[in-house]
Design a protein around this ligand. Structure first.
Ligand code: C2E
Ligand code: MG
Ligand code: MG
Ligand code: MG
Length: 286
């Protein structure tokens, strides 16, 4: 390609050849700008939690997943799929994670003040980088005490990416979290690379079937088999199982028929700001 200039890097040894790609440079600058903006967003209160409902097989609300939103004054709404990966490359994810934990626990405390919302569960997403911090368990414990919440209503969604090398250490940390009383869910299940032998060691409460399997579950026989297998395995391990990304009545029916007990997706509600979430809750059977 003509726009790739190759040059011998001056100070990095005789045999090092570097590629200079203007597009890559552009991408790096965009990323740096995004990171700077994100730091400011955190300081200026541009981050918000939205709440997406989770329901049981009778259509009753079980609770919600908190999903972060960045409402940027110029960019508009920035998707977490865009900024979480950027945050994950710096310590920003730790600050964001701490903010999410605190904000979610405050919301949970508010729910627990009201009879109608007292039983709701609130799930938060924990990044692998955050989970790996030596003081992560202490941070969760501190947030629980600070907001004085009934701890078994708090659920942490982890992904298989928490497992990097030392599985024993990861499992031990999960046990320490379980000892606090929080629930653990394995998010995006089936998309990672962890082996089933890890799964049996983990003190999980829930497996969350990734939406990529739910999407074509009605039309693709392979996805149907996969989803059925995950549900059976979860039921046999006595984990509860939730499907994410449920958009159609047909997907919902398939999942229900195959003994999936909990559901989340646009069919029941999009992630909503808290006031709108409350309206949705009020419209559902108690
Ligand atoms: P996730 O935890 O797997 O969250 C599920 C994603 O699926 C959310 O995207 C949700 O809005 C979307 N979704 C839910 N139902 C449907 C549906 O029926 N159809 C479709 N097409 N999508 C649906 P969102 O909110 O954009 O978040 C993307 C990812 O960003 C999350 O995936 C999670 O990995 C990450 N994330 C979001 N909030 C946080 C946070 O507070 N902390 C961390 N560390 N990561 C977060
Ligand atoms: Mg999640
Ligand atoms: Mg997920
Ligand atoms: Mg996902």
């Amino acid at each position: 390609r003509a726009d790739i200039a190759m040059y011998q890097a001056k100070n990095s040894g005789r045999n090092t050849v570097r590629f200079y790609d203007p597009e890559m440079q552009q991408a790096l600058e965009t990323r740096a700008a995004l990171e700077a903006d994100l730091r400011q967003a955190l300081a200026e209160g541009q981050l918000h939690l939205y709440y997406q409902i989770q329901i049981d097989s009778n259509g009753k609300p079980l609770g919600a997943e908190a999903l972060i939103r960045w409402l940027h004054p110029q960019r508009g709404m920035v998707s977490p799929a865009q900024f979480i990966p950027v945050a994950e490359e710096s310590s920003l994810i730790l600050e964001i994670g701490a903010w999410v934990l605190d904000t979610a626990c405050r919301q949970l405390a508010a729910w627990q003040q009201q009879e109608a919302t007292r039983g709701l569960l609130l799930a938060i997403n924990v990044s692998a980088h955050q989970f790996r911090q030596p003081d992560f368990v202490d941070a969760v414990s501190t947030a629980i005490s600070a907001h004085n919440i009934n701890v078994d209503r708090l659920k942490l969604e982890l992904t298989e990416s928490v497992i990097v090398d030392d599985v024993g250490e990861v499992v031990a940390k999960m046990h320490r979290l379980k000892a606090l009383g929080v629930r653990l869910s394995l998010d995006d299940f089936g998309t990672g690379y962890s082996s089933l032998s890890y799964l049996k060691q983990m003190p999980l409460d829930q497996l969350k079937i990734d939406q990529s399997f739910v999407r074509d579950v009605v039309s693709d026989p392979n996805d149907a088999v996969l989803v059925k297998t995950i549900i059976d395995m979860a039921n046999n391990f006595r984990f509860n199982v939730i499907a994410e990304g449920v958009e159609t009545a047909a997907q919902h029916a398939f999942l229900k028929d195959n003994r999936c007990a909990a559901f989340q997706g646009y069919l029941f509600g999009k992630p909503l700001p808290i006031a709108e979430f409350k309206i949705l809750l009020d419209s559902l059977p108690a």
